[in-house]
Design a protein around this ligand. Structure first.
Ligand code: CP
Length: 318
């Protein structure tokens, strides 16, 4: 694996998930794989789980992880080709990224979208500029449109939880939120579950919240949440802002919050959320604190997903 930006960088999802679960069973089995190697983890935006789990994963492989909060501690970066830098930006990515490429063996980057300019966000300019100029493998810690480490985690959490021989029914449901959030987690989850191809996948949301079709092709899409939830084995809850009316909050309809009454429509579904979650806005206390919630297991699995990806980059399978 040369980079990890989306599901398209993965040759075999099941093999990568198996590798992640093998690390869960034996975290230190490859403790020398990353000896004398360094990963730089650049955060242009906040994080808790991604930051900690990636550092732990690197350390489990014997690799040194250096975290740099570029957004709050670094020079303000310019990404525009040919920019006349007489404004607020101090350093161009084409100068900063090659230096980082010399300091590190792998560069991992978190960068959120602006939610102001769809074309710009969906061009993934920031992470692509790092790929272009760093000259070393780049791992997405969540980019403008995707969150692949979260999605790999979600697949392994589903695989380790569902033991029946039939396909599980997985429902991605929109939930209300107080502010506009990126589409990244929903895009990425849809992209991975459809590429995985081992589930009946339904996406449900209010009108106007349709995701970019490139990520949802193959999914059943409905505005009827109750219908979607019927017989579900997994319900993945997430808010996202509108893709069509880009970055806008079109609904705060509280009836979309998953509750135990709605969960009764499902096949005793397990409930997933990437966290952080707004309690009693996106998901009720009763669900988050109840027996169907997978959120802690899911977040804990972030370590094994990151470890599998770093291991693939350090020692690609021929
Ligand atoms: N799920 C997730 O990416 O969490 P953080 O934003 O805390 O890293």
């Amino acid at each position: 694996m040369k980079q990890f930006i989306s599901v398209h960088d993965v040759a075999n999802i099941n093999a990568l998930a198996k590798k992640a679960l093998a690390y869960k069973a034996a975290p230190f089995k490859d403790k020398n794989l990353g000896a004398n190697k360094r990963i730089g983890c650049l955060f242009l935006n906040p994080s808790m789980r991604t930051r900690l789990s990636t550092q732990i994963a690197a350390q489990n492989l014997g690799m040194e992880a250096i975290v740099f909060n570029v957004g709050s501690e670094g020079w303000s970066l310019e990404f525009e080709e040919g920019a006349i830098m007489n404004g607020t930006t101090v350093e161009h990515v084409k100068d900063a990224a090659p230096v980082m490429g010399n300091y590190f063996d792998i560069l991992a980057i978190r960068t959120f979208p602006s939610l102001k300019n769809r074309e710009e966000d969906y061009s993934e300019q920031t992470i692509k500029q790092f790929i272009k100029y760093a000259g070393i493998p780049v791992v997405s810690l969540e980019s403008a449109t995707l969150h692949p480490l979260q999605s790999l985690t979600d697949v392994i959490t589903i695989k380790e939880t569902f033991w029946e021989t039939r396909k599980p029914k997985i429902v991605l449901t929109w939930a209300p939120h107080v502010k506009p959030l990126p589409q990244c987690v929903a895009n990425s989850f849809s992209q991975w579950i459809t590429a995985w191809g081992e589930a009946d996948f339904v996406v449900t949301h209010p009108e106007g919240y349709e995701l970019d079709e490139q990520f949802t092709t193959g999914a059943t899409i409905t505005h009827n949440q109750d219908e979607a939830l019927k017989d579900a084995d997994f319900v993945y809850v997430k808010n996202w802002s509108s893709y069509k009316d880009y970055g806008q909050v079109l609904s705060k309809d509280t009836s979309w919050m998953l509750t135990n009454a709605k969960l009764a429509l499902t096949n005793k579904a397990k409930v997933m959320h990437c966290l952080p979650v707004r309690r009693n806005v996106e998901l009720s206390d009763a669900i988050l604190d109840g027996p169907n919630s997978l959120v802690t297991q899911e977040a804990s699995n972030r370590v094994w997903a990151a470890q599998a990806v770093l291991s693939e980059i350090l020692a690609p399978v021929p």
